[in-house]
Design a protein around this ligand. Sequence first.
Ligand code: HAM
Length: 426
Amino acid sequence: MLQKPKGTYDVYGEKGRQILAIENILRSMMEKYNYEYVRTPIFESSELFHRGVGETTDIVAKETYDFKDRGDRNMTLRPEGTAGIVRSFIENKLYGDPNQPIKTWYIGPMYRYERPQSGRFREFYQFGVEVFGSENPYIDAEVISIPVNFYKLLGLKGIKVKINSLGDAESRNAYREALLKHFEPYLDTLCDDCKVRYHKNPLRILDCKVDNGLECMKNAPRMLDYLNDESKQHFEQVKHYLDILEIPYEVNPNIVRGLDYYTHTVFEVEADIEGFGSQNVLCGGGRYNHLIEQIGGPSTPSVGFALGMERLLNALESEAIHLGEQNIDLYIIPVQEEQIDYAVSLAQQLRMNGFSVDIDYMKRNIKGNFKQADRLHASYVLILGEEEVEKEVFTIKNNQSKEEYKVEMDELIHFLDHHIEEKFYE
Ligand code: HAM
């Protein structure tokens, strides 16, 4: 039997409903925050990620899906969303739009050739936002607040926000020097990757999963001690706005993130749920004030984050939160074959008026049909016999209370409008 590729998964049934419910909430939330939807290609030229994400990151050095297209061009399946959106921002000259800052959101599949495990896939979905054109620390806090408020809205309780600052270029250079000095005597003890990182990008050493436990990692200099005044002030302001937004956080100097483009604020939100597993980072992001220049655009301060859908689904499962339960407004039962034409037409009319309606397609008997109505969690059941069709007066049954109503055709939409509950956050 042919099987799905390693590190991928199929979506169907309950999981599909849950994902759609989550996406609907995200869409609706983004409308409230006034962010615009963007979509960029799933594959881009490889060079974009080499320049954008960084040559020395694990993502680019070890995990990209690279291929040559039939025109011999080097292409890569996107491992993350930021680089492509930055490319699009530059290519479409959005920096010239008077409507600044440009606030965008996206959702889609990303690809990393990682060792699959719970919460870690080779094809996974991210929802993210990217904001271009503002240095204001208020926007950093807003970006951090989006996933936190979203998780709160879904009812997740065990989440923890960790923030840090990587400072500006001057602070980073000072820190780089300190790291070089610190790690020099231990160079021989570091893994081969870190020996390369030492020369190319020593900050990456702190992110190493292999050397993680070494003593020299534990007592390495802390970025926060190397922030210049401007960077310190920016970080203080971000914290101030987080307080105003009532977003609890902890400052954690070990948050350096696995991508090269960050400056100033970086953050991660963790699932603080017992037994959740090692892949507990639900989302991450931060400010990247130089990436646009690096990819060939004008200097544009920017900030964003992305959250993993699979880890979110795991967290919801751990906290027994069920979204997107199957339910329909009305289930129509044609009693005999003669009423099918009428049922089909009635279903269409009601669907076009905004109700979710299903019909019996399987010629079930009445008992079987009521069972099916229960399986579909139908709010109401409409039984369509010869007399009902002829007189256009229907018997409608509340599928929970079993209360029955006689409703004329002309009154049907009005009746359903009044009896169907408004749905949460649509
Ligand atoms: P990232 O930390 O690499 O950041 O990924 C963000 C989130 O995507 C992670 O916290 C995790 O939930 C999810 N994720 C990452 N890799 C996998 C995987 N293999 N399987 C399942 N989920 C995964 C970024 O991608 C940045 N582009 C975020 C950003 C946006 N920074 C600024 N703007």
